[in-house]
Design a binder for this molecule. Sequence first.
Ligand code: DC
Length: 223
Amino acid sequence: MLRVAIDGPGGTGKSSIAKAIASLFGLEYIDTGAMYRSMGLKALRKGVSPDDEEAVKKMLEDTTLDFRDNHMYLDGEDVGGLIRTNEISMAASNISKLPCVRAKADELSKHLAATRDVVMEGRDITTVVIPDAEVKIFMTAAPEIRAERRYRQLLEAGKPADYDQILEEIQKRDYQDSHRELNPLRQAEDAEFLDTSEMDIDQVIKAVSDIITAKTGVRPAEV
Ligand code: DC
């Protein structure tokens, strides 16, 4: 069994890295943030406040989540194209403090990790979802660097971008995600620490790949 668990704050490039690692090692890529984003999207659509725990609980009673072949399904609808906005980032972070929301994402994540070889990324994968993963990594980068990367991505995509606003949102989400009561973002004691501030994507892929090989003896298909 090979389970690679990666945690870290938003905007560190965890998903790009995890996707590349999945293809190099023949693992299934699981994006747990997409699960929280989907629940945030549904709450926004239904006008349910993350502060109204009873209403969220009721909403989740008839909510189905599934993550298959790199696609996130909310009640059978592929919502991949709808959940990558700033509004949904904050909605996901806000709703993720609720126990019923975390239980819903945990149930699916744990089931997926128990039935296949995965590379799974999020905030509590190394500490709660797969604490006994064969490989555990805590990936981070300075907030200013993450904001700069996001700013460039938006400009390159021809979208409007305001660096100061992006930085402020990153810092707010970092604070919320690492200060909530239940399963906050924190580095597991036995996780490898990787600061990607001064690294480009290929260097990070190589570093993660080397950690996997050192821990498990498994080599990538191509480097
Ligand atoms: O990784 P992401 O940016 O897509 O995650 C969106 C939000 O979901 C994040 O701000 C906090 C929450 N989240 C979480 O609480 N636990 C996870 N394992 C993944 C995401």
